[in-house]
Design a protein around this ligand. Structure first.
Ligand code: C2E
Ligand code: MG
Ligand code: MG
Length: 689
């Protein structure tokens, strides 16, 4: 660096200060700025530091005495001339311009032109101070660009982005406002926790204070108050040396719903909304573990609907589905908080009873369940009844693990079904073998059909007044190759549950009609033949067609056929009403069998095309001893009279019973007194015609 020589500076000694020239030069050349001093009248350079001179293509020495115009060059002069004019008027001037260095490099400079006055306010000179702000400008530019880029990123994403310092929101993007439902000014300046569900406050506080940057899930609050499941991730960003936090928030409501749905589907039966087998097995293990620890009982109830298949087959799946849904609701209503019900599939439900003192309590619950399930269910204008059978196993008595207990409850349920259905039964050791037994019995029945082992017995029906033969009832028997003659009580219900009753029923109907026609053809009196029809056959919906076909095939007239239905069947109004009308059209007569044991409403009975009521044997049995039975028998006889139906008493074994019936005006009777059921070749009651 060259010091300003006293001679060179001499002419303008007052401006720069004599005696300090060396120091002035040192300072001027050391500062990171361009410095020059011009004389105002001639605009010649009096002083310039090295940097100023060189950036204009001079040396510190050669620039002295040059005019501004000469010093900066013509191009720059054009730009700065107005500014120079201002400083000459005494103004302090500040401006920014680009400058081209001698090597062609472009710089951005900030120029200060400072007028220098003496004590009398006379302008002595103009001080030029130039700082190179190229780097600063570039930095600012790049910050501007990156801020712009950030804004574009933030605007382009559907993720909410927010920026906060000490949890006070400084900036948020549009997506966040969309997600949260707020306007920008409603969020900026507010504490982040104001927008977070209270139970997530601590999580968020910890996350921020630990400066964590991993994603986590929480819930935020929409302006309208509803909760939004979100995934959040935070980043610490240093701005001006101060830690700020950037947060990115993603609405995961849809994902949460999907997850919950999948979870639900994995654990529930979609039709009834009940837990499924997988979930139940899982829960049962836990329930058993607890019971083991506390020494309490757990009951497993296996519930199976007795007539579901029939409903499904004859009325369609949507009716079947409706029935299952309703049954599920009813079961739940009976159970308590601690209990659980699940649907295993088909018409099988499993109940876990976790809160009871003794097995009898479980039996009571089962009884209650049977009742509520059996109550008529209105579906698509029909009144259906869904009877069920229930098998019960009790922990720890009947098994100590879920699998055994369910298997044993299942075995008990099958046993309940085989023994008349519509009731509940506890598991007992040995029952488990019945599954195999059931299969053997089923194939036995199928074989019996193929081998023609079913035969019909015939029992006479006499008029009470004159003991004349007025009808014949066909009763089926199974001539078992080993066990001999088997009563229907041992196989009819079983055949119903196994779907075999249709074929057996078909056989009985055809054979009874064929025999009756044969008797007529042989010259015997033409009498009505009574045939028992199972409720299952009736509900299948094709009974009318089947009867029509049999009548055609056998050539027997419809008016000589009487179908015996059980009273409970009448509850299914629509099914029955339609079929009865169809049968009536064929001339077929209808008898209500075992009357008095069901619950048919009298007003309803009146509307059906019925011909005869059969007073159940149980009332006839005790006619002599039981006043109630007597009263019931009398009531039924009178009811029949009122409804203009024939009254027939079943199971008449003794003369006094017949005398009583005659005194009460009963029309017909049947029973050992008149004749046992016998094979066709032994039937000799025609002599009573
Ligand atoms: P049900 O139709 O009420 O038949 C009357 C039952 O009482 C018959 O028993 C008959 O043998 C019996 N019985 C007749 N007179 C007397 C008597 O004086 N005293 C006593 N104690 N019993 C008498 P069975 O033949 O064992 O039939 C039982 C039930 O099986 C029938 O009751 C009927 O509901 C059903 N059943 C019989 N045959 C068929 C059939 O072909 N199809 C269907 N679906 N069910 C049938
Ligand atoms: Mg009968
Ligand atoms: Mg009967």
């Amino acid at each position: 660096m060259k010091a300003l020589s006293p001679t060179q500076a001499g002419t303008q000694a007052s401006a720069v200060g004599r005696g300090n020239d060396g120091l002035l030069r040192l300072v001027a050349d050391s500062v990171p700025a361009l410095i020059a001093y011009y004389e105002p009248k001639t605009l010649r350079c009096v002083f310039a530091n090295k940097a100023y001179a060189e950036s204009n293509g001079w040396t510190a020495e050669s620039i002295i005495g040059k005019t501004v115009r000469e010093a900066v060059g013509e191009a720059a002069w054009q730009v700065i001339e107005p500014q120079v004019a201002r400083v000459l008027k005494g103004e302090s001037v500040e401006y920014v311009r680009t400058m081209t260095l001698p090597n062609g490099e472009q710089r951005v400079i900030e120029v200060h032109l400072i007028p220098h006055f003496d004590a009398e306010a006379q302008l002595l000179g103009a001080f030029v101070l130039i700082t190179d702000i190229t780097r600063h400008q570039r930095a600012e530019q790049s910050i501007r660009e990156s801020a712009e880029r950030m804004r574009k990123f933030a605007a382009a994403t559907t993720e909410g982005i927010f920026f906060h310092k000490d949890s006070i929101l400084i900036d948020v993007n549009q997506a966040l406002l969309n997600i949260m439902g707020y306007a920008r000014e409603e969020m900026i300046g507010h504490h982040t926790l104001e927008f977070v569900s209270p139970e997530w406050h601590q999580t968020m506080i910890d996350y921020v204070s630990e400066q964590r940057e991993d994603p986590y899930e929480a819930e935020v609050l929409h302006k309208d108050g509803h909760r939004i499941a979100v995934e959040l991730v935070g980043k610490t960003i240093i701005v001006d040396g101060v830690a700020h936090r950037l947060g990115v928030l993603r609405d995961i409501t849809a994902r949460k719903h999907a997850e919950a749905r999948i979870q639900y589907m994995a654990h529930h039966d979609m039709l009834t909304g009940l837990p499924n087998r997988a979930y139940l097995t899982e829960r049962l293990a836990t329930i058993l573990a607890l019971a083991r620890r506390h020494g309490t009982l757990v009951a497993i109830m296996f519930i199976d609907l007795d007539n579901f298949k029939t409903v499904n087959d004859s009325l369609g799946h949507h009716v079947g589905d409706g029935l299952l849904k309703e049954v599920a609701v009813r079961i739940k209503e009976v159970l308590r908080e601690a209990d659980m019900v699940s649907r295993l599939g088909g018409d099988e439900f499993l109940v876990i009873l976790a809160d009871f003192a003794a097995p009898e309590d479980a039996a009571k619950v089962a009884e209650k369940l049977l009742q509520v399930i059996a109550a008529p269910i209105a579906l698509e204008g029909r009144a259906l009844s869904a009877k069920a059978s229930i098998g019960i196993s009790v922990f720890p008595r009947d098994g100590d693990n879920a699998e055994d207990l369910i298997r044993h409850a299942d075995a008990a349920m099958y046993s309940a079904k085989d023994n008349g259905r519509g009731h509940s039964r506890f598991y007992a050791p040995g029952l488990a073998d019945e599954g195999a037994d059931t299969l053997a019995r089923e194939s036995g029945l199928r074989q019996a059909l193929q081998r023609g082992e079913f035969v019909l017995f015939y029992q006479p029906q006499l008029r009470v007044d004159d003991l004349r033969l007025v009808g014949i009832e066909a009763l089926v028997r199974w001539r078992h190759p080993e066990r001999g003659l088997t009563d229907p009580s041992e196989f009819i219900e079983f055949a119903e549950t196994r779907g075999l009753i249709d074929e057996i029923g078909q056989y009985v109907l055809r054979e009874a009609c064929r025999q009756n026609k044969a008797w007529q053809d042989a010259g015997h009196a033409a009498l009505p033949m009574s045939v028992n029809v199972s409720a299952v056959q009736f509900r299948r919906g094709d009974l009318v067609a089947a009867v029509k076909r049999v009548l055609e095939e056998t050539g027997m007239e419809g008016r000589y056929l009487e179908l015996e239905l059980t009273e409970s069947l009448l509850m299914d109004r629509d099914v029955v009403g339609e079929a009865l009308t169809g049968l009536r059209a064929l001339g077929v007569k209808i008898t209500i069998d075992d009357f008095g044991t069901g619950y048919s409403s009298l007003s309803y009975l009146k509307q059906l095309p019925i011909d005869k009521l059969k007073i159940d044997r149980t009332f006839i049995d005790d006619l002599g001893t039981d006043a109630d039975d007597r009263a019931i028998a009398i009531a039924i006889i009178n009811l029949a009279k009122t409804l203009k139906l024939t009254a027939l008493a079943e199971g008449v074994e003794r003369q006094e019973q017949l005398d009583f019936l005659r005194a009460q005006g009963c029309d017909e009777f049947q029973g050992y007194l008149a004749g046992n059921p016998v094979p066709a070749e032994e039937f000799d009651a025609f002599s009573r015609c």
